[in-house]
Design a protein around this ligand. Structure first.
Ligand SMILES: [Zn+2]
Length: 66
């Protein structure tokens, strides 16, 4: 009963399997990666800012329509 569980760095859900690793953090899905990396980018500028900007531009160019 001492198995270590990984939780999403953004929403806090328990991650089954490997999850999505981004630097020191692990997320449960792409949406959490996007939101998590964006908030990190606002708080403390990291070398991920360029990738995060590119992701945001792609997100704006292709808004999720369901
Ligand atoms: Zn999540």
């Amino acid at each position: 009963m001492s198995e270590e569980k990984t939780v999403c760095a953004y929403c806090g859900d328990v991650i089954e399997g490997e999850g999505i690793r981004r630097g020191p953090r692990v997320y449960c899905c792409e949406a959490c990666v996007f939101e998590g990396s964006r908030s990190v980018d606002c708080a403390g500028r990291s070398d991920a800012s360029q990738a995060s900007l590119k992701e945001e531009m792609e997100y704006r160019a292709n808004p999720p329509i369901s």
